[in-house]
Design a protein around this ligand. Sequence first.
Ligand code: HEC
Ligand code: HEC
Length: 355
Amino acid sequence: MRHRSHALAAALALSCATLQAATPAKPATPEADATVLRETANALFAPVPATIETVRGQAITAAQVELGKSLWFEPRLSRSHVISCNTCHNVATGGADNVPTSIGHGWQKGPRNSPTVLNAVLNVAQFWDGRAADLKEQAKGPVQASVEMNNTPARVEATLRSIPGYVDAFTRAFPGEREPVNFENMARALEAFETTLVTPDSRFDRFLAGADSLDATELRGLSLFVDKGCSACHSGANIGGQAYYPFGVVERPGAQVLPAGDKGRFAVTQTASDEYVFRAAPLRNVALTAPYFHSGQVWDLRQAVAIMGSSQLGHELDASEVEAITRFLGTLSGRQPQVANPVLPASTSSTPRPE
Ligand code: HEC
Ligand code: HEC
Protein backbone atom coordinates (compact mmCIF):
# COMPACT_ATOMS: atom_id res chain seq x y z
CA MET A 1 0.00 0.00 0.00
CA ARG A 2 2.70 2.37 1.06
CA HIS A 3 4.71 1.35 -1.97
CA ARG A 4 1.83 1.99 -4.34
CA SER A 5 1.01 5.42 -2.99
CA HIS A 6 4.68 6.27 -3.26
CA ALA A 7 4.66 5.31 -6.89
CA LEU A 8 1.50 7.32 -7.43
CA ALA A 9 3.00 10.36 -5.78
CA ALA A 10 6.11 10.04 -7.89
CA ALA A 11 4.06 9.70 -11.05
CA LEU A 12 1.96 12.70 -10.10
CA ALA A 13 5.04 14.75 -9.33
CA LEU A 14 6.46 13.77 -12.68
CA SER A 15 3.30 14.66 -14.62
CA CYS A 16 3.06 17.95 -12.75
CA ALA A 17 6.63 18.76 -13.65
CA THR A 18 5.91 17.97 -17.30
CA LEU A 19 2.78 20.12 -17.20
CA GLN A 20 4.64 22.97 -15.58
CA ALA A 21 7.37 22.80 -18.18
CA ALA A 22 4.78 22.91 -20.97
CA THR A 23 2.78 25.81 -19.49
CA PRO A 24 5.05 27.66 -17.12
CA ALA A 25 3.40 29.38 -14.16
CA LYS A 26 -0.10 28.99 -15.57
CA PRO A 27 -2.83 27.57 -13.30
CA ALA A 28 -4.58 24.50 -14.62
CA THR A 29 -8.27 25.49 -14.81
CA PRO A 30 -9.88 28.03 -17.16
CA GLU A 31 -11.39 29.77 -14.11
CA ALA A 32 -7.96 30.22 -12.53
CA ASP A 33 -6.59 31.35 -15.92
CA ALA A 34 -9.29 34.03 -16.14
CA THR A 35 -8.41 35.21 -12.62
CA VAL A 36 -4.74 35.66 -13.48
CA LEU A 37 -5.67 37.33 -16.78
CA ARG A 38 -8.04 39.68 -14.95
CA GLU A 39 -5.27 40.69 -12.54
CA THR A 40 -2.90 41.33 -15.44
CA ALA A 41 -5.58 43.27 -17.31
CA ASN A 42 -6.37 45.43 -14.27
CA ALA A 43 -2.69 46.31 -14.00
CA LEU A 44 -2.51 47.42 -17.66
CA PHE A 45 -5.95 48.88 -18.37
CA ALA A 46 -8.68 50.70 -16.49
CA PRO A 47 -12.43 50.98 -16.91
CA VAL A 48 -13.93 54.01 -18.64
CA PRO A 49 -15.32 56.27 -15.89
CA ALA A 50 -19.12 56.71 -15.97
CA THR A 51 -18.80 60.47 -15.50
CA ILE A 52 -16.07 63.12 -15.69
CA GLU A 53 -16.54 65.92 -13.16
CA THR A 54 -13.68 68.32 -13.93
CA VAL A 55 -11.31 69.51 -16.65
CA ARG A 56 -7.95 71.04 -15.75
CA GLY A 57 -9.10 71.06 -12.13
CA GLN A 58 -12.24 73.10 -12.89
CA ALA A 59 -15.75 71.78 -12.31
CA ILE A 60 -17.88 71.30 -15.42
CA THR A 61 -21.34 72.81 -14.99
CA ALA A 62 -24.66 71.57 -16.38
CA ALA A 63 -25.13 74.93 -18.14
CA GLN A 64 -21.79 74.49 -19.96
CA VAL A 65 -22.67 70.95 -21.04
CA GLU A 66 -26.09 72.13 -22.28
CA LEU A 67 -24.55 74.99 -24.30
CA GLY A 68 -21.80 72.70 -25.58
CA LYS A 69 -24.40 70.25 -26.81
CA SER A 70 -26.10 72.97 -28.86
CA LEU A 71 -22.75 74.08 -30.28
CA TRP A 72 -21.86 70.47 -31.09
CA PHE A 73 -24.89 70.24 -33.41
CA GLU A 74 -24.64 73.87 -34.60
CA PRO A 75 -24.06 74.07 -38.39
CA ARG A 76 -23.82 77.87 -38.16
CA LEU A 77 -20.36 77.44 -36.61
CA SER A 78 -19.34 76.65 -40.20
CA ARG A 79 -19.09 79.26 -42.96
CA SER A 80 -21.49 77.23 -45.13
CA HIS A 81 -24.02 76.69 -42.31
CA VAL A 82 -24.17 73.01 -43.25
CA ILE A 83 -21.31 71.42 -41.31
CA SER A 84 -21.34 70.78 -37.57
CA CYS A 85 -18.97 68.88 -35.30
CA ASN A 86 -21.47 66.05 -35.45
CA THR A 87 -21.11 65.85 -39.26
CA CYS A 88 -17.69 64.24 -38.89
CA HIS A 89 -18.06 62.87 -35.35
CA ASN A 90 -21.57 61.51 -35.43
CA VAL A 91 -22.57 60.43 -31.93
CA ALA A 92 -25.00 58.00 -33.55
CA THR A 93 -22.17 56.18 -35.36
CA GLY A 94 -19.44 55.72 -32.78
CA GLY A 95 -18.39 59.39 -32.72
CA ALA A 96 -16.77 59.18 -36.15
CA ASP A 97 -17.86 59.61 -39.79
CA ASN A 98 -17.00 56.19 -41.17
CA VAL A 99 -15.42 57.45 -44.39
CA PRO A 100 -11.69 57.17 -45.20
CA THR A 101 -10.93 60.87 -44.80
CA SER A 102 -13.44 63.51 -43.76
CA ILE A 103 -15.44 65.64 -46.20
CA GLY A 104 -15.55 69.31 -45.21
CA HIS A 105 -16.23 72.79 -46.61
CA GLY A 106 -17.16 72.78 -50.30
CA TRP A 107 -17.03 68.97 -50.36
CA GLN A 108 -13.26 69.07 -49.90
CA LYS A 109 -11.56 65.91 -48.73
CA GLY A 110 -9.31 66.36 -45.69
CA PRO A 111 -6.01 64.51 -45.31
CA ARG A 112 -6.91 62.28 -42.36
CA ASN A 113 -9.52 59.94 -40.97
CA SER A 114 -11.81 61.37 -38.30
CA PRO A 115 -10.98 59.80 -34.91
CA THR A 116 -13.85 59.09 -32.57
CA VAL A 117 -14.71 61.76 -30.01
CA LEU A 118 -16.04 59.09 -27.66
CA ASN A 119 -13.72 58.97 -24.62
CA ALA A 120 -11.39 61.51 -26.30
CA VAL A 121 -11.22 63.28 -22.93
CA LEU A 122 -9.12 60.32 -21.74
CA ASN A 123 -6.38 60.90 -24.35
CA VAL A 124 -3.08 62.50 -23.33
CA ALA A 125 -3.48 65.01 -26.18
CA GLN A 126 -5.72 65.41 -29.22
CA PHE A 127 -5.33 64.59 -32.94
CA TRP A 128 -3.45 61.71 -34.58
CA ASP A 129 -0.24 63.65 -33.97
CA GLY A 130 -1.21 65.06 -30.55
CA ARG A 131 -0.81 68.67 -31.67
CA ALA A 132 -3.60 69.98 -29.39
CA ALA A 133 -3.01 69.69 -25.65
CA ASP A 134 -6.66 69.18 -24.73
CA LEU A 135 -10.24 69.29 -25.99
CA LYS A 136 -10.57 73.05 -25.48
CA GLU A 137 -7.54 73.81 -27.63
CA GLN A 138 -8.65 71.16 -30.13
CA ALA A 139 -12.15 72.62 -30.60
CA LYS A 140 -10.77 75.85 -32.08
CA GLY A 141 -9.09 73.94 -34.91
CA PRO A 142 -11.92 72.46 -37.00
CA VAL A 143 -14.00 75.66 -36.90
CA GLN A 144 -11.15 77.50 -38.66
CA ALA A 145 -9.66 74.74 -40.83
CA SER A 146 -10.34 75.58 -44.47
CA VAL A 147 -11.06 71.93 -45.34
CA GLU A 148 -13.41 71.55 -42.38
CA MET A 149 -15.72 74.39 -41.27
CA ASN A 150 -13.72 77.23 -42.87
CA ASN A 151 -14.84 79.93 -40.44
CA THR A 152 -13.09 82.66 -38.42
CA PRO A 153 -13.33 83.42 -34.69
CA ALA A 154 -14.72 86.91 -35.47
CA ARG A 155 -17.44 85.51 -37.72
CA VAL A 156 -18.33 82.83 -35.15
CA GLU A 157 -18.64 85.47 -32.43
CA ALA A 158 -20.76 87.71 -34.67
CA THR A 159 -23.02 84.76 -35.44
CA LEU A 160 -23.49 83.71 -31.82
CA ARG A 161 -23.97 87.31 -30.58
CA SER A 162 -26.71 87.85 -33.20
CA ILE A 163 -28.81 85.05 -31.69
CA PRO A 164 -30.44 85.98 -28.35
CA GLY A 165 -30.85 82.33 -27.36
CA TYR A 166 -27.07 81.91 -27.49
CA VAL A 167 -26.38 85.13 -25.58
CA ASP A 168 -28.57 83.77 -22.78
CA ALA A 169 -26.97 80.32 -22.87
CA PHE A 170 -23.40 81.72 -22.77
CA THR A 171 -24.37 84.02 -19.89
CA ARG A 172 -25.73 81.05 -17.93
CA ALA A 173 -22.67 78.90 -18.74
CA PHE A 174 -20.08 81.57 -17.90
CA PRO A 175 -21.71 83.73 -15.22
CA GLY A 176 -20.03 86.95 -14.11
CA GLU A 177 -18.03 87.43 -17.33
CA ARG A 178 -18.36 90.83 -19.04
CA GLU A 179 -18.53 89.40 -22.59
CA PRO A 180 -19.30 85.73 -22.19
CA VAL A 181 -20.03 85.13 -25.89
CA ASN A 182 -16.54 84.59 -27.28
CA PHE A 183 -14.53 82.03 -29.22
CA GLU A 184 -12.65 80.80 -26.16
CA ASN A 185 -15.90 80.07 -24.30
CA MET A 186 -17.27 78.31 -27.37
CA ALA A 187 -14.30 75.96 -27.08
CA ARG A 188 -14.78 75.55 -23.32
CA ALA A 189 -18.45 74.67 -23.76
CA LEU A 190 -17.70 72.16 -26.53
CA GLU A 191 -15.11 70.57 -24.27
CA ALA A 192 -17.63 70.38 -21.41
CA PHE A 193 -20.11 68.57 -23.67
CA GLU A 194 -17.40 66.22 -24.98
CA THR A 195 -16.59 65.11 -21.44
CA THR A 196 -20.08 63.53 -21.39
CA LEU A 197 -19.27 61.44 -24.47
CA VAL A 198 -17.82 58.53 -22.52
CA THR A 199 -18.77 54.89 -23.00
CA PRO A 200 -18.63 53.00 -19.70
CA ASP A 201 -19.88 49.51 -18.98
CA SER A 202 -18.37 47.64 -21.94
CA ARG A 203 -18.17 43.87 -21.60
CA PHE A 204 -14.43 44.28 -21.12
CA ASP A 205 -14.96 46.72 -18.24
CA ARG A 206 -17.40 44.31 -16.64
CA PHE A 207 -14.72 41.63 -16.95
CA LEU A 208 -12.21 43.95 -15.23
CA ALA A 209 -14.73 44.38 -12.42
CA GLY A 210 -15.00 40.62 -11.92
CA ALA A 211 -17.85 39.45 -14.19
CA ASP A 212 -17.62 36.45 -16.54
CA SER A 213 -18.54 38.67 -19.45
CA LEU A 214 -16.01 37.41 -22.03
CA ASP A 215 -16.20 34.11 -23.91
CA ALA A 216 -13.25 31.79 -24.43
CA THR A 217 -12.20 33.33 -27.77
CA GLU A 218 -12.36 36.85 -26.35
CA LEU A 219 -10.28 35.78 -23.34
CA ARG A 220 -7.72 34.25 -25.69
CA GLY A 221 -7.74 37.51 -27.67
CA LEU A 222 -7.08 39.53 -24.51
CA SER A 223 -4.31 37.14 -23.56
CA LEU A 224 -2.71 37.48 -27.02
CA PHE A 225 -3.14 41.28 -26.93
CA VAL A 226 -1.03 41.31 -23.77
CA ASP A 227 1.43 38.50 -24.56
CA LYS A 228 2.22 39.61 -28.13
CA GLY A 229 2.92 43.16 -26.94
CA CYS A 230 -0.05 45.20 -28.24
CA SER A 231 -0.63 46.46 -24.70
CA ALA A 232 2.87 47.97 -24.60
CA CYS A 233 1.43 50.80 -26.69
CA HIS A 234 -2.32 50.39 -26.24
CA SER A 235 -2.93 50.61 -22.48
CA GLY A 236 -4.72 52.68 -19.86
CA ALA A 237 -8.43 53.44 -19.71
CA ASN A 238 -8.68 54.28 -23.42
CA ILE A 239 -6.55 51.26 -24.48
CA GLY A 240 -4.22 53.72 -26.22
CA GLY A 241 -4.15 57.46 -26.77
CA GLN A 242 -1.35 57.90 -24.23
CA ALA A 243 1.92 58.02 -26.17
CA TYR A 244 3.51 58.29 -29.62
CA TYR A 245 5.24 55.63 -31.69
CA PRO A 246 6.45 55.22 -35.25
CA PHE A 247 3.83 53.65 -37.50
CA GLY A 248 6.14 50.89 -38.68
CA VAL A 249 8.41 50.23 -35.70
CA VAL A 250 9.60 47.03 -37.37
CA GLU A 251 8.30 47.36 -40.91
CA ARG A 252 6.51 50.27 -42.55
CA PRO A 253 3.14 49.32 -44.01
CA GLY A 254 2.65 50.08 -47.72
CA ALA A 255 2.26 53.62 -49.03
CA GLN A 256 -1.50 53.23 -49.33
CA VAL A 257 -1.87 52.71 -45.56
CA LEU A 258 1.00 55.05 -44.65
CA PRO A 259 1.07 57.79 -47.31
CA ALA A 260 4.53 59.33 -47.65
CA GLY A 261 3.18 62.89 -47.46
CA ASP A 262 1.86 62.67 -43.89
CA LYS A 263 4.84 62.56 -41.54
CA GLY A 264 2.70 62.67 -38.40
CA ARG A 265 4.31 64.13 -35.32
CA PHE A 266 7.25 65.46 -37.29
CA ALA A 267 5.02 68.40 -38.28
CA VAL A 268 4.53 69.17 -34.57
CA THR A 269 8.08 68.76 -33.25
CA GLN A 270 10.26 69.19 -36.39
CA THR A 271 12.42 66.39 -34.98
CA ALA A 272 13.70 63.83 -37.51
CA SER A 273 13.03 60.91 -35.15
CA ASP A 274 9.34 61.91 -35.14
CA GLU A 275 8.88 61.17 -38.84
CA TYR A 276 5.87 58.87 -39.28
CA VAL A 277 5.26 58.91 -35.54
CA PHE A 278 1.60 58.89 -34.48
CA ARG A 279 -0.33 58.59 -31.25
CA ALA A 280 -1.13 54.96 -30.47
CA ALA A 281 -4.80 54.99 -31.43
CA PRO A 282 -7.28 54.60 -28.57
CA LEU A 283 -9.09 51.30 -29.16
CA ARG A 284 -12.32 51.84 -27.20
CA ASN A 285 -15.33 51.30 -29.54
CA VAL A 286 -12.91 50.47 -32.35
CA ALA A 287 -15.37 47.94 -33.80
CA LEU A 288 -17.70 50.88 -34.54
CA THR A 289 -15.22 53.24 -36.19
CA ALA A 290 -14.01 51.72 -39.46
CA PRO A 291 -12.15 52.56 -41.63
CA TYR A 292 -8.87 52.42 -39.73
CA PHE A 293 -5.57 54.25 -39.33
CA HIS A 294 -4.94 57.96 -39.88
CA SER A 295 -5.20 57.31 -43.60
CA GLY A 296 -8.56 55.53 -43.24
CA GLN A 297 -7.51 53.02 -45.86
CA VAL A 298 -8.26 49.77 -44.02
CA TRP A 299 -11.92 48.76 -43.69
CA ASP A 300 -11.55 45.38 -42.02
CA LEU A 301 -10.56 45.39 -38.34
CA ARG A 302 -8.93 41.97 -38.86
CA GLN A 303 -6.66 43.46 -41.46
CA ALA A 304 -5.81 46.37 -39.15
CA VAL A 305 -4.86 43.88 -36.41
CA ALA A 306 -2.70 41.86 -38.83
CA ILE A 307 -0.95 45.04 -40.04
CA MET A 308 -0.20 46.02 -36.42
CA GLY A 309 1.34 42.58 -35.84
CA SER A 310 3.76 42.92 -38.73
CA SER A 311 4.40 46.68 -38.62
CA GLN A 312 4.70 47.22 -34.85
CA LEU A 313 5.80 43.81 -33.56
CA GLY A 314 7.45 42.10 -36.52
CA HIS A 315 5.10 39.22 -36.00
CA GLU A 316 2.86 37.58 -38.59
CA LEU A 317 -0.23 36.74 -36.55
CA ASP A 318 -1.99 33.61 -37.83
CA ALA A 319 -5.66 33.68 -38.79
CA SER A 320 -6.92 32.33 -35.45
CA GLU A 321 -4.81 34.84 -33.49
CA VAL A 322 -6.11 37.72 -35.63
CA GLU A 323 -9.67 36.46 -35.13
CA ALA A 324 -9.28 36.16 -31.34
CA ILE A 325 -7.72 39.62 -30.96
CA THR A 326 -10.41 41.13 -33.17
CA ARG A 327 -13.10 39.46 -31.10
CA PHE A 328 -11.47 40.85 -27.96
CA LEU A 329 -11.44 44.35 -29.47
CA GLY A 330 -15.20 43.96 -30.00
CA THR A 331 -15.66 43.76 -26.22
CA LEU A 332 -14.33 47.33 -25.90
CA SER A 333 -17.59 48.83 -27.24
CA GLY A 334 -19.27 50.50 -24.28
CA ARG A 335 -22.64 52.04 -23.54
CA GLN A 336 -23.08 54.68 -26.24
CA PRO A 337 -24.09 58.18 -25.08
CA GLN A 338 -27.80 58.89 -25.50
CA VAL A 339 -27.86 62.42 -26.86
CA ALA A 340 -31.24 64.06 -27.51
CA ASN A 341 -31.06 66.28 -30.58
CA PRO A 342 -31.18 69.87 -29.25
CA VAL A 343 -33.52 72.51 -30.68
CA LEU A 344 -31.25 75.38 -31.76
CA PRO A 345 -32.23 79.06 -31.37
CA ALA A 346 -33.28 80.75 -34.61
CA SER A 347 -31.10 83.19 -36.58
CA THR A 348 -31.98 86.90 -36.69
CA SER A 349 -31.66 89.53 -39.41
CA SER A 350 -28.13 90.34 -38.18
CA THR A 351 -26.86 86.75 -38.33
CA PRO A 352 -24.15 86.45 -41.04
CA ARG A 353 -25.49 84.57 -44.05
CA PRO A 354 -24.03 81.27 -45.22
CA GLU A 355 -21.20 81.49 -47.77
C1 HEC B 1 -14.92 68.04 -41.78
C2 HEC B 1 -14.88 67.05 -40.73
C3 HEC B 1 -14.69 67.50 -39.31
C4 HEC B 1 -15.41 68.44 -38.61
C5 HEC B 1 -16.52 69.34 -39.13
C6 HEC B 1 -14.92 68.40 -37.26
N1 HEC B 1 -13.93 67.47 -37.14
FE1 HEC B 1 -13.00 66.92 -35.44
N2 HEC B 1 -11.67 65.85 -36.53
C7 HEC B 1 -11.74 65.62 -37.88
C8 HEC B 1 -10.53 64.98 -38.31
C9 HEC B 1 -10.20 64.55 -39.74
C10 HEC B 1 -9.71 64.86 -37.18
C11 HEC B 1 -8.27 64.32 -37.13
C12 HEC B 1 -7.35 65.42 -37.65
C13 HEC B 1 -5.89 65.19 -37.34
O1 HEC B 1 -5.55 64.34 -36.52
O2 HEC B 1 -5.06 65.91 -37.92
C14 HEC B 1 -10.48 65.39 -36.06
C15 HEC B 1 -10.09 65.35 -34.72
C16 HEC B 1 -10.89 65.71 -33.67
C17 HEC B 1 -10.64 65.41 -32.27
C18 HEC B 1 -9.45 64.64 -31.74
C19 HEC B 1 -9.83 63.27 -31.29
C20 HEC B 1 -8.61 62.45 -30.98
O3 HEC B 1 -8.74 61.29 -30.59
O4 HEC B 1 -7.49 62.94 -31.15
C21 HEC B 1 -11.66 65.97 -31.54
C22 HEC B 1 -11.83 65.93 -30.05
C23 HEC B 1 -12.53 66.64 -32.48
N3 HEC B 1 -12.05 66.43 -33.76
C24 HEC B 1 -13.61 67.44 -32.12
C25 HEC B 1 -14.29 68.23 -33.04
C26 HEC B 1 -15.16 69.35 -32.67
C27 HEC B 1 -15.43 69.83 -31.27
C28 HEC B 1 -15.66 69.85 -33.84
C29 HEC B 1 -16.60 71.02 -34.03
C30 HEC B 1 -16.13 72.30 -33.56
C31 HEC B 1 -15.09 69.05 -34.91
N4 HEC B 1 -14.25 68.12 -34.38
C32 HEC B 1 -15.39 69.23 -36.26
C33 HEC B 1 -12.80 65.94 -38.68
C34 HEC B 1 -13.75 66.90 -38.37
C1 HEC C 1 4.83 50.24 -30.87
C2 HEC C 1 3.49 50.66 -30.54
C3 HEC C 1 2.33 49.83 -31.01
C4 HEC C 1 2.14 48.48 -30.86
C5 HEC C 1 3.07 47.45 -30.27
C6 HEC C 1 0.83 48.20 -31.40
N1 HEC C 1 0.25 49.35 -31.86
FE1 HEC C 1 -1.61 49.52 -32.66
N2 HEC C 1 -1.24 51.46 -33.11
C7 HEC C 1 -0.08 52.15 -32.82
C8 HEC C 1 -0.09 53.42 -33.48
C9 HEC C 1 0.99 54.47 -33.44
C10 HEC C 1 -1.31 53.49 -34.19
C11 HEC C 1 -1.78 54.62 -35.09
C12 HEC C 1 -1.34 54.32 -36.51
C13 HEC C 1 -1.78 55.39 -37.50
O1 HEC C 1 -1.06 56.38 -37.64
O2 HEC C 1 -2.82 55.25 -38.11
C14 HEC C 1 -2.00 52.25 -33.94
C15 HEC C 1 -3.25 51.93 -34.46
C16 HEC C 1 -3.93 50.75 -34.21
C17 HEC C 1 -5.25 50.42 -34.70
C18 HEC C 1 -6.12 51.32 -35.58
C19 HEC C 1 -7.15 52.04 -34.74
C20 HEC C 1 -7.95 53.06 -35.47
O3 HEC C 1 -8.87 53.61 -34.85
O4 HEC C 1 -7.68 53.38 -36.64
C21 HEC C 1 -5.56 49.18 -34.22
C22 HEC C 1 -6.85 48.41 -34.45
C23 HEC C 1 -4.44 48.72 -33.45
N3 HEC C 1 -3.47 49.69 -33.45
C24 HEC C 1 -4.37 47.49 -32.81
C25 HEC C 1 -3.17 46.94 -32.36
C26 HEC C 1 -2.99 45.54 -32.02
C27 HEC C 1 -4.08 44.50 -32.07
C28 HEC C 1 -1.68 45.38 -31.68
C29 HEC C 1 -0.95 44.10 -31.35
C30 HEC C 1 -1.01 43.08 -32.41
C31 HEC C 1 -1.05 46.69 -31.77
N4 HEC C 1 -1.99 47.61 -32.19
C32 HEC C 1 0.27 46.94 -31.46
C33 HEC C 1 0.94 51.70 -32.00
C34 HEC C 1 1.13 50.37 -31.65
